[in-house]
Design a protein around this ligand. Structure first.
Ligand code: SF4
Length: 309
Protein backbone atom coordinates (compact mmCIF):
# COMPACT_ATOMS: atom_id res chain seq x y z
CA UNK A 1 0.00 0.00 0.00
CA UNK A 2 1.21 3.46 -0.86
CA UNK A 3 1.51 5.70 2.23
CA UNK A 4 1.69 9.47 2.18
CA UNK A 5 1.81 11.96 5.04
CA UNK A 6 0.18 15.37 5.23
CA UNK A 7 -0.64 18.10 7.73
CA UNK A 8 -4.36 18.08 8.52
CA UNK A 9 -6.35 21.15 9.55
CA UNK A 10 -8.91 19.28 11.64
CA UNK A 11 -9.28 15.88 13.27
CA UNK A 12 -11.97 15.71 15.94
CA UNK A 13 -15.70 15.31 15.31
CA UNK A 14 -18.05 15.81 18.25
CA UNK A 15 -21.19 13.74 18.81
CA UNK A 16 -23.93 13.56 21.44
CA UNK A 17 -23.51 17.19 22.48
CA UNK A 18 -19.74 16.76 22.77
CA UNK A 19 -19.89 13.82 25.21
CA UNK A 20 -18.28 11.57 22.63
CA UNK A 21 -15.65 12.65 20.16
CA UNK A 22 -14.55 10.68 17.12
CA UNK A 23 -11.31 10.91 15.32
CA UNK A 24 -9.30 9.05 12.74
CA UNK A 25 -5.76 9.91 11.71
CA UNK A 26 -6.04 7.90 8.49
CA UNK A 27 -7.74 8.41 5.16
CA UNK A 28 -8.03 5.23 3.11
CA UNK A 29 -8.24 1.61 4.20
CA UNK A 30 -6.19 -1.30 2.95
CA UNK A 31 -8.81 -3.79 4.14
CA UNK A 32 -10.73 -2.71 1.05
CA UNK A 33 -14.07 -4.24 2.04
CA UNK A 34 -16.38 -4.52 -0.94
CA UNK A 35 -19.35 -2.93 0.86
CA UNK A 36 -17.29 -0.15 2.48
CA UNK A 37 -19.25 3.03 2.97
CA UNK A 38 -16.00 5.01 3.05
CA UNK A 39 -15.79 4.73 -0.73
CA UNK A 40 -18.92 6.86 -1.12
CA UNK A 41 -18.33 10.32 -2.54
CA UNK A 42 -19.91 12.14 0.41
CA UNK A 43 -16.87 11.28 2.59
CA UNK A 44 -14.58 13.06 0.12
CA UNK A 45 -11.99 10.29 0.20
CA UNK A 46 -9.55 9.72 -2.64
CA UNK A 47 -10.64 7.35 -5.40
CA UNK A 48 -7.89 4.78 -4.74
CA UNK A 49 -9.16 4.49 -1.14
CA UNK A 50 -8.21 0.79 -0.87
CA UNK A 51 -4.64 1.11 -2.10
CA UNK A 52 -3.39 4.54 -0.94
CA UNK A 53 -3.27 5.63 2.68
CA UNK A 54 -3.09 9.27 3.67
CA UNK A 55 -1.78 9.82 7.19
CA UNK A 56 -2.58 12.95 9.18
CA UNK A 57 0.97 13.39 10.45
CA UNK A 58 0.01 16.04 13.00
CA UNK A 59 -2.96 14.04 14.42
CA UNK A 60 -1.40 13.64 17.92
CA UNK A 61 -0.79 17.42 18.16
CA UNK A 62 -4.32 18.16 16.93
CA UNK A 63 -5.83 15.83 19.54
CA UNK A 64 -3.78 17.33 22.34
CA UNK A 65 -4.67 20.87 21.23
CA UNK A 66 -8.36 19.95 21.16
CA UNK A 67 -8.32 18.42 24.64
CA UNK A 68 -6.40 21.33 26.18
CA UNK A 69 -8.80 23.81 24.55
CA UNK A 70 -11.69 21.91 26.19
CA UNK A 71 -10.01 22.33 29.58
CA UNK A 72 -8.50 18.85 30.03
CA UNK A 73 -5.02 18.37 31.43
CA UNK A 74 -2.54 15.52 30.94
CA UNK A 75 -3.08 14.34 34.51
CA UNK A 76 -1.26 11.07 33.96
CA UNK A 77 1.93 12.67 32.69
CA UNK A 78 4.84 12.95 35.07
CA UNK A 79 4.92 16.80 34.90
CA UNK A 80 1.46 17.09 36.52
CA UNK A 81 2.52 14.56 39.14
CA UNK A 82 5.34 16.91 40.11
CA UNK A 83 2.85 19.73 40.68
CA UNK A 84 0.83 17.44 42.91
CA UNK A 85 4.01 16.40 44.74
CA UNK A 86 4.47 20.09 45.54
CA UNK A 87 0.99 20.21 47.00
CA UNK A 88 -0.41 22.19 44.07
CA UNK A 89 -3.75 20.69 43.00
CA UNK A 90 -4.27 20.81 39.22
CA UNK A 91 -7.44 22.71 38.19
CA UNK A 92 -10.64 20.63 38.17
CA UNK A 93 -11.13 18.80 34.87
CA UNK A 94 -14.37 19.14 32.89
CA UNK A 95 -16.72 16.13 32.80
CA UNK A 96 -15.01 13.20 31.04
CA UNK A 97 -15.68 12.61 27.36
CA UNK A 98 -15.27 9.30 25.52
CA UNK A 99 -12.67 9.38 22.78
CA UNK A 100 -13.66 7.11 19.90
CA UNK A 101 -10.83 6.10 17.60
CA UNK A 102 -12.98 4.32 15.15
CA UNK A 103 -13.09 2.61 11.85
CA UNK A 104 -16.36 3.90 10.46
CA UNK A 105 -14.63 5.20 7.38
CA UNK A 106 -11.00 4.03 7.73
CA UNK A 107 -9.87 1.24 10.05
CA UNK A 108 -7.39 2.45 12.66
CA UNK A 109 -5.71 -0.98 12.88
CA UNK A 110 -5.41 -1.60 9.17
CA UNK A 111 -2.07 -3.26 8.26
CA UNK A 112 -0.17 0.04 7.87
CA UNK A 113 -0.68 0.77 11.58
CA UNK A 114 2.16 -1.67 12.30
CA UNK A 115 4.52 0.64 10.44
CA UNK A 116 2.93 4.05 11.16
CA UNK A 117 1.76 3.53 14.75
CA UNK A 118 -0.80 6.35 14.86
CA UNK A 119 -3.36 4.39 16.89
CA UNK A 120 -0.87 3.94 19.68
CA UNK A 121 0.16 7.61 19.62
CA UNK A 122 -3.49 8.70 19.91
CA UNK A 123 -4.16 6.18 22.69
CA UNK A 124 -1.17 7.42 24.65
CA UNK A 125 -2.64 10.94 24.59
CA UNK A 126 -6.04 9.62 25.68
CA UNK A 127 -4.32 7.86 28.59
CA UNK A 128 -2.25 10.93 29.47
CA UNK A 129 -5.42 13.03 29.69
CA UNK A 130 -7.16 10.40 31.84
CA UNK A 131 -10.03 9.80 29.42
CA UNK A 132 -11.93 6.64 28.40
CA UNK A 133 -11.59 5.19 24.92
CA UNK A 134 -13.60 3.20 22.37
CA UNK A 135 -12.06 1.47 19.37
CA UNK A 136 -13.58 -0.24 16.36
CA UNK A 137 -11.59 -2.46 14.03
CA UNK A 138 -11.51 -5.57 11.87
CA UNK A 139 -7.90 -6.40 12.62
CA UNK A 140 -6.12 -8.46 15.26
CA UNK A 141 -3.33 -5.83 15.19
CA UNK A 142 -5.14 -4.14 18.07
CA UNK A 143 -3.44 -6.73 20.28
CA UNK A 144 -0.10 -4.95 19.88
CA UNK A 145 -1.51 -2.21 22.14
CA UNK A 146 -3.15 -4.38 24.76
CA UNK A 147 -0.72 -3.08 27.43
CA UNK A 148 -1.86 0.50 26.86
CA UNK A 149 -5.51 -0.51 26.64
CA UNK A 150 -5.18 -2.20 30.02
CA UNK A 151 -3.67 0.96 31.50
CA UNK A 152 -6.54 3.07 30.14
CA UNK A 153 -9.05 0.53 31.40
CA UNK A 154 -7.54 0.53 34.88
CA UNK A 155 -7.54 4.33 34.87
CA UNK A 156 -10.99 4.93 33.33
CA UNK A 157 -12.55 2.62 30.76
CA UNK A 158 -11.62 0.97 27.45
CA UNK A 159 -13.93 -0.77 25.00
CA UNK A 160 -12.77 -2.54 21.85
CA UNK A 161 -15.35 -3.45 19.23
CA UNK A 162 -14.79 -5.79 16.32
CA UNK A 163 -16.81 -5.50 13.17
CA UNK A 164 -17.91 -9.06 12.19
CA UNK A 165 -20.68 -10.05 9.79
CA UNK A 166 -19.74 -13.57 8.78
CA UNK A 167 -19.47 -16.66 10.95
CA UNK A 168 -16.32 -18.81 11.08
CA UNK A 169 -18.04 -21.27 8.72
CA UNK A 170 -18.40 -18.50 6.15
CA UNK A 171 -14.75 -17.57 5.90
CA UNK A 172 -15.07 -17.85 2.09
CA UNK A 173 -17.43 -14.84 2.21
CA UNK A 174 -14.89 -12.90 4.28
CA UNK A 175 -12.27 -13.63 1.63
CA UNK A 176 -14.47 -12.06 -1.03
CA UNK A 177 -16.00 -9.15 0.87
CA UNK A 178 -13.28 -8.24 3.41
CA UNK A 179 -10.21 -9.39 1.49
CA UNK A 180 -7.46 -7.92 3.66
CA UNK A 181 -9.04 -7.83 7.11
CA UNK A 182 -8.19 -10.45 9.77
CA UNK A 183 -9.90 -13.82 9.40
CA UNK A 184 -13.12 -14.38 11.33
CA UNK A 185 -11.40 -16.87 13.65
CA UNK A 186 -8.65 -14.33 14.37
CA UNK A 187 -11.20 -11.65 15.21
CA UNK A 188 -13.02 -13.87 17.72
CA UNK A 189 -9.67 -14.95 19.21
CA UNK A 190 -8.70 -11.29 19.56
CA UNK A 191 -11.95 -10.55 21.38
CA UNK A 192 -11.30 -13.44 23.76
CA UNK A 193 -7.75 -12.24 24.53
CA UNK A 194 -9.03 -8.71 25.18
CA UNK A 195 -11.82 -10.04 27.39
CA UNK A 196 -9.32 -12.13 29.36
CA UNK A 197 -7.25 -8.96 29.80
CA UNK A 198 -10.26 -7.34 31.48
CA UNK A 199 -11.14 -5.08 28.55
CA UNK A 200 -14.79 -4.58 27.54
CA UNK A 201 -15.62 -5.85 24.08
CA UNK A 202 -18.46 -5.61 21.61
CA UNK A 203 -19.33 -6.72 18.08
CA UNK A 204 -20.68 -4.43 15.41
CA UNK A 205 -22.58 -6.99 13.35
CA UNK A 206 -22.93 -4.87 10.29
CA UNK A 207 -23.59 -4.67 7.49
CA UNK A 208 -25.84 -7.73 7.52
CA UNK A 209 -26.03 -8.61 3.83
CA UNK A 210 -29.31 -9.95 2.44
CA UNK A 211 -29.08 -13.56 1.15
CA UNK A 212 -25.44 -13.82 2.28
CA UNK A 213 -25.11 -13.17 6.00
CA UNK A 214 -28.73 -13.02 7.20
CA UNK A 215 -29.30 -16.78 7.46
CA UNK A 216 -30.22 -18.39 10.81
CA UNK A 217 -27.01 -20.45 10.70
CA UNK A 218 -24.74 -17.46 10.12
CA UNK A 219 -26.42 -15.29 12.75
CA UNK A 220 -26.62 -17.98 15.42
CA UNK A 221 -23.02 -19.08 14.89
CA UNK A 222 -21.81 -15.48 15.26
CA UNK A 223 -23.75 -14.94 18.48
CA UNK A 224 -22.52 -18.27 19.85
CA UNK A 225 -18.88 -17.37 19.04
CA UNK A 226 -19.42 -13.95 20.62
CA UNK A 227 -20.68 -15.56 23.83
CA UNK A 228 -17.68 -17.94 23.88
CA UNK A 229 -15.34 -14.95 23.51
CA UNK A 230 -17.00 -13.15 26.43
CA UNK A 231 -18.34 -10.34 24.27
CA UNK A 232 -20.60 -7.98 26.22
CA UNK A 233 -22.82 -6.68 23.48
CA UNK A 234 -23.76 -7.00 19.82
CA UNK A 235 -24.91 -4.12 17.68
CA UNK A 236 -26.49 -5.37 14.43
CA UNK A 237 -27.27 -3.25 11.39
CA UNK A 238 -28.32 -3.48 7.75
CA UNK A 239 -26.43 -2.52 4.64
CA UNK A 240 -26.46 0.81 2.85
CA UNK A 241 -25.28 1.23 -0.74
CA UNK A 242 -24.87 4.81 -1.78
CA UNK A 243 -25.13 5.51 -5.50
CA UNK A 244 -21.76 6.22 -7.07
CA UNK A 245 -18.40 4.63 -6.28
CA UNK A 246 -19.63 2.47 -3.37
CA UNK A 247 -22.56 0.91 -5.21
CA UNK A 248 -20.71 0.58 -8.54
CA UNK A 249 -17.85 -1.35 -6.95
CA UNK A 250 -20.18 -3.53 -4.87
CA UNK A 251 -22.27 -4.46 -7.91
CA UNK A 252 -19.16 -5.23 -9.96
CA UNK A 253 -17.92 -7.72 -7.34
CA UNK A 254 -21.41 -9.14 -6.86
CA UNK A 255 -21.75 -9.84 -10.61
CA UNK A 256 -18.36 -11.52 -10.60
CA UNK A 257 -18.93 -13.80 -7.58
CA UNK A 258 -22.70 -14.09 -7.22
CA UNK A 259 -24.23 -13.35 -10.65
CA UNK A 260 -27.55 -14.88 -9.53
CA UNK A 261 -27.79 -12.37 -6.64
CA UNK A 262 -26.73 -9.29 -8.60
CA UNK A 263 -30.23 -8.58 -10.05
CA UNK A 264 -31.76 -9.00 -6.58
CA UNK A 265 -29.36 -6.43 -5.12
CA UNK A 266 -29.97 -4.14 -8.08
CA UNK A 267 -33.73 -4.29 -7.35
CA UNK A 268 -33.27 -3.84 -3.63
CA UNK A 269 -31.17 -0.69 -4.05
CA UNK A 270 -32.85 0.60 -7.21
CA UNK A 271 -34.15 3.70 -5.42
CA UNK A 272 -30.60 5.14 -5.37
CA UNK A 273 -31.29 6.72 -2.00
CA UNK A 274 -28.81 9.45 -1.10
CA UNK A 275 -28.13 7.62 2.17
CA UNK A 276 -27.91 4.23 0.48
CA UNK A 277 -30.99 2.80 2.14
CA UNK A 278 -32.66 -0.18 0.48
CA UNK A 279 -36.13 0.12 -1.00
CA UNK A 280 -38.60 -0.32 1.88
CA UNK A 281 -41.32 -1.93 -0.25
CA UNK A 282 -38.81 -4.49 -1.55
CA UNK A 283 -37.65 -5.29 2.00
CA UNK A 284 -41.23 -5.91 3.07
CA UNK A 285 -42.06 -7.94 0.00
CA UNK A 286 -39.02 -10.19 0.35
CA UNK A 287 -39.25 -10.31 4.18
CA UNK A 288 -35.66 -9.11 4.49
CA UNK A 289 -36.15 -7.45 7.85
CA UNK A 290 -36.31 -10.64 9.87
CA UNK A 291 -32.64 -10.53 10.93
CA UNK A 292 -33.24 -8.22 13.86
CA UNK A 293 -35.70 -10.47 15.74
CA UNK A 294 -33.43 -13.44 14.98
CA UNK A 295 -30.34 -11.72 16.41
CA UNK A 296 -32.44 -10.64 19.39
CA UNK A 297 -33.54 -14.22 20.03
CA UNK A 298 -30.01 -15.62 19.74
CA UNK A 299 -28.58 -12.89 21.97
CA UNK A 300 -31.15 -13.74 24.62
CA UNK A 301 -30.40 -17.44 24.29
CA UNK A 302 -26.62 -17.04 24.56
CA UNK A 303 -26.70 -14.29 27.19
CA UNK A 304 -25.18 -11.47 25.13
CA UNK A 305 -26.66 -7.95 25.40
CA UNK A 306 -28.22 -6.53 22.25
CA UNK A 307 -27.78 -2.89 21.34
CA UNK A 308 -29.72 -1.08 18.65
CA UNK A 309 -29.27 2.18 16.79
S1 SF4 B 1 -12.39 -2.08 7.54
FE1 SF4 B 1 -14.02 -0.60 7.62
S2 SF4 B 1 -13.12 1.25 6.79
FE2 SF4 B 1 -11.78 -0.42 6.19
S3 SF4 B 1 -12.48 -1.00 4.15
FE3 SF4 B 1 -13.52 -2.32 5.66
S4 SF4 B 1 -15.46 -1.28 6.05
FE4 SF4 B 1 -14.10 0.21 5.08
Amino acid sequence: MEIEYYQARSLVREQGGGKVVHLNPYQGCFHDCVYCDGKAENYHMHEDFGSRLKVKENAPELLEQYLRKKGYLPVNRKKTGTLMDLGIEPPKQPEKIIVGISGGVCDIYQPAEEQVGMARKMMQIVYDFGLPIELLTKNKLVLKDVDLLKKINENTHATVCMSIVFSRENEHLREIFEPRASTIAERFETLKILHDAGINTGIWMLPIMPWLSDSDENLESMVESAAEAGVQYILPGGMTLKPGRQKDYFMKVMKEHYPELAPKYAALYRNNSKWGEPDRAEIKLLKLNSWFPKVKRYCKGYGVALESW
